[in-house]
Design a protein around this ligand. Structure first.
Ligand code: C2O
Ligand code: CU
Length: 460
């Protein structure tokens, strides 16, 4: 079969050793919209790619991992002719884009069978916020496998300011290789959410980013890992956060660290240090599985080098321009039309030994779990009674986070993925101001989504 079992012992597989000169800096192919349209033929197929000098077989968009980076402007239309050359179904989700989910737009219920081609047409509204978004498959039951095998790419909705200080896109993913192929996973990996052995940045482990000491580097970081949280530690790198997901901060906020759950993105500015310095993703324990459950296995991902900042002897460079304000309205003081509470739980039984539920149910594509009215603002509390974190993702409509883990959130923090800690809760407000249609919300530990932790929302 295509993906070998976890027990296969393969030839030398690449590993992330953190050696600073292991990989040169590389970025995906960039495609930019012209005259308001980005027209793209996207082929989904297995291909040989080179990772840290070794040839490995992965699933690819147009032959590369990650797929091309798509640069667009608010008001543009994205036309993707998606051809599936895999021997299994797939489809495409434009994660975080504020667009319609209906018809051939960002519709997660579509199915592109093997050998089939589907034409997506995704129109960005004129007031679409700038930021970094991404695309990946969304065929329920196969999302984690296909993403882990290499299917992801970035979408950048450009800001006028970025023409002055163009950002670098970092698509961060993880994978395990075995025998020159992507390794299969066990039932326990699916329950816990798989963590790959090798962390990749734009398809290469621990690349080196060079520039003059003191130069500011604007990094748009996508956490495209299937399950791994990236607890970025930026000590010594003069870091400021300009935004998260589709939100921009009014003022750049200095930071020593930032947590990206699977699916989150950060707009980050780092300052090239005087001496080579590693950007580290610290160990993050997203589960508390100590009660004998699943043999007491840990869900902690180990500390790993994301990239090395390597100063060149050269003059300093232009400073990064300020952020532009977000297009989102602050929902904290508006009148709300309703509240609801959703509960994420895990229970015994099910395909992989555990069940992954929202409000006691597994995903059923034909059942509407939340019916909302266009033109309303609602307050949702997402409760997690399980012993693991679950990053909650809502398609289409962004969520303004009011309270997380017992703390009030300062400022306008608009996310499309919000981490709901084990045994904790998050409260968000959502403006259902456009886009009638049917789409989904789910845990963005994609193994959990594939095991049923997803629901259907219909806006009318
Ligand atoms: Cu990034 Cu429904 O997913
Ligand atoms: Cu989960």
């Amino acid at each position: 079969s295509r993906v070998p079992g976890a027990g296969d012992e393969g030839a030398a597989a690449p590993t992330a050793s953190g050696s600073p000169d292991q990989a040169a800096w590389s970025e995906p192919v960039v495609l930019t919209s012209a005259d308001g349209v980005l027209d793209l033929d996207l082929t989904v197929a297995e291909a040989d790619v080179v990772v840290a000098g070794a040839t490995v077989r992965m699933m690819t968009y147009n032959g590369t991992v990650p797929g091309p980076t798509l640069h667009m402007r608010p008001g543009d239309t994205l036309r993707i002719r998606c051809e599936n050359r895999l021997d299994e179904p797939t489809n495409l989700h434009t994660h975080g884009l504020y667009v319609s989910a209906d018809g051939n737009s960002d519709n997660p219920f579509l199915n592109i069978g093997p050998g089939e081609t589907f034409d997506y047409e995704i129109a960005l509204p004129d007031d679409h916020p700038a930021g970094v978004f991404w695309y990946h498959p969304h065929h329920h039951g196969m999302v984690a496998d296909q993403l882990f095998a290499g299917l992801y790419g970035a979408i950048v909705v450009d800001d006028e300011d970025w023409s002055v200080s163009p950002p670098r896109v970092l698509v961060v993913s993880d994978v395990t290789f075995s025998g020159g192929e992507v390794a299969g996973v066990t039932g326990a990996d699916r329950m816990l959410g798989r963590t790959g052995e090798t962390l990749l940045v734009n398809g290469q482990p621990a690349p080196t980013l060079r520039g003059p000491a003191g130069e500011e580097q604007r990094l748009l970081v996508v956490n495209a890992c299937a399950s791994r949280y990236l607890d970025l530690r930026t000590t010594g790198l003069g870091a400021t956060v300009r935004g998260m997901d589709s939100a921009r901060w009014d003022e750049p906020a200095a930071t020593e660290g930032i947590l990206l759950a699977p699916g989150n993105r950060a707009d980050l500015v780092l300052t090239m240090p005087e001496a080579a310095t590693d950007l580290i993703a610290a160990e993050y324990d997203r589960g508390r599985m100590g009660q004998g459950m699943m043999g007491g296995r840990s869900t902690a991902s180990p500390e790993v080098v994301v990239l090395t900042m390597q100063p060149d002897a050269a003059a300093s460079a232009p400073a990064i321009s300020p952020v532009s304000p977000t297009a989102w309205t602050d929902l904290r003081d508006v009148a709300i039309d309703g509240t609801r509470s959703l509960t994420m739980t895990m229970g015994m039984g099910g395909g992989a030994g555990m069940r992954f539920l929202i409000d006691g149910r597994e995903f059923a594509p034909g059942r509407v779990d939340q019916a909302v009215a266009i033109g309303t603002v609602e307050e949702w509390t997402i409760v997690n009674t399980s012993p693991m974190d679950h990053p909650f993702h809502l398609h289409i409509w962004p969520m303004q986070v009011l309270r997380q883990d017992g703390e009030e959130v300062a400022g306008v923090d608009v996310r499309d993925v919000v981490d709901v800690r084990a045994g904790s809760a998050v409260t968000v407000r959502i403006a259902f101001d456009a886009f009638p249609g049917r789409t989904v919300y789910h845990c963005h530990i994609l193994d959990h989504e594939d095991l049923g932790m997803m629901g259907v929302i219909e806006a009318a």
